[in-house]
Structures are given as C-alpha cells and as structure tokens.
Design a protein around this ligand. Structure first.
Ligand code: NAG
Ligand code: NAG
Length: 204
C-alpha cells in the first residue's frame, strides 16, 4: 500500500472514531412518562452494530414508536432517508465548487449517482414497509416476499454508499473534499446498516 493511502486511512480512522459523537444530535432527554418507550428503543438498538448512534437517532421517536418494532423500523428508515438526503445535498454542493480537479469531479459525480440510487432504494423500502407494517391481513407468503425485497434494497443501498466512499480511496482528492464527504457517508452507511439490522429482527 502506498504511503499516501496509509495516510488517508489514518485520517479516515480518526474521522470514524469521532463520528458517533457528532451525528443525529441527541435530543433533549425524554420525560419520565416516556421511560418504557425509551427503554424499548435502547434495548432494540443494543442488537445493532452501532447501538449508540442508533439510540441517538431514534430516541426522539419514542412516543411514536412506543414498543412497536414495525414502527421502530419505519422510523429507522426515515432517519436513514434523511441522512441520505443530507449526504446528497452535501455532495451536490461540493460538485458546484469550481476548483475541483477532473478526478475529483468524476468521483463526486459518481457519488451523487450512487446516493440517488440509495435514496430510491430507501423510499421503496419505506413504501413497502408502510403497506405491510405488521398487518395481519397480509398473506404470510406475500409478507415474506415483500420483506425479502426490502432487505435486498437495503443491502443495495449500503453497497451504493460504500461505493461512494471507495471512489476516493487511493485517488488524488483534496483532504477537505474527502473528509467532508467521508464523514457524511460513513454516518449514512452506519445508520442504514442499523436500520437493516432492526428489520432483520422483525418477526413475521
Ligand atoms: C439532516 O440535516 C438536518 C439539517 O442540518 C439535521 O437537523 C438532521 O439531524 C440531519 N439528519 C441526519 C440523519 O443526518
Ligand atoms: C475550493 O473552493 C472553495 C470555495 O468555493 C473553498 O472553500 C475550498 O477551500 C477550495 N479548495 C481548494 C482545495 O482550493
């Protein structure tokens, strides 16, 4: 591995280490009447890969979710879509800077495309989840089919997010551009991975 790449990895690690502290600004602590609901979210989040981030992003949904795992997944998907839109507008803003090198501009353009696919996948998952949302009227085999689709779309979304950051590895992209996009997308990928993990725990 080139020294430059190692240096890049070191910067990335630093970024990643600091990530969970700065994302999904923790909401005001919930009132005591929300304790049961907050505990449900905390317990559910403890099964995900990034429990702290999960709890930070979802705790403000406690009164909506109560202790309904389907509603928890719907909230996790909305947060993920919100994060994807945030990342997308950040990258779109960067693409308008006139001082990007040709390589940077190309990477940024691919990234915008990948984030567009991510947003489509998340929207589709949200739509289908809202339709079936734990409803007993949905035939079991149809439910299984639809949930398999949702999991496929979510995995595709995560792959697109990873592709977006992979584009920067080992290429000449200025540190400022790299770190801004990186932190936004690492955040997004973690939030999406948490949502998929919560969906994986649904019983149907
Ligand atoms: C998206 O951006 C808005 C506005 O900056 C912010 O309030 C929100 O927390 C962000 N959401 C996520 C999930 O990053
Ligand atoms: C590119 O321009 C933006 C403002 O448009 C500036 O903030 C940024 O520092 C510049 N980057 C480089 C590498 O010159």
């Amino acid at each position: 591995m080139e020294a430059k790449n190692l240096h890049f990895l070191a910067i990335l690690l630093l970024l990643v280490t600091n990530m969970s502290a700065i994302t999904c600004a923790s909401s005001a602590s919930s009132s005591s009447s929300d304790d049961t609901n907050s505990n449900f979210i905390k317990t559910s989040c403890s099964t995900t890969t990034y429990p702290k981030l999960c709890n930070q992003c979802l705790s403000s949904y406690a009164s909506v979710v109560r202790s309904n795992p389907w509603k928890l997944c719907n909230s996790a998907l909305s947060v993920s879509l919100q994060a994807a839109r945030n990342a997308s507008s950040l990258v779109a803003a960067l693409s308008k800077q006139r001082n990007l090198t040709k390589a940077e501009a190309g990477i940024v353009k691919d990234c915008i495309e990948n984030l567009g696919n991510t947003i489509d996948d998340l929207k589709q998952s949200i739509k289908v989840m809202a339709q079936i949302g734990g409803s007993s009227s949905t035939a079991k085999n149809n439910m299984e089919f639809q949930m398999a689709n949702v999991k496929t779309w979510m995995s595709a979304a995560i792959t697109d997010e990873d592709t977006c950051t992979d584009g920067f590895a080992g290429r000449k992209v200025s540190a400022g551009v790299k770190s801004k996009i990186r932190s936004s997308i690492v955040n997004l990928a973690r939030i999406t991975s948490n949502a998929l993990s919560l969906i994986d725990h649904l019983k149907y």
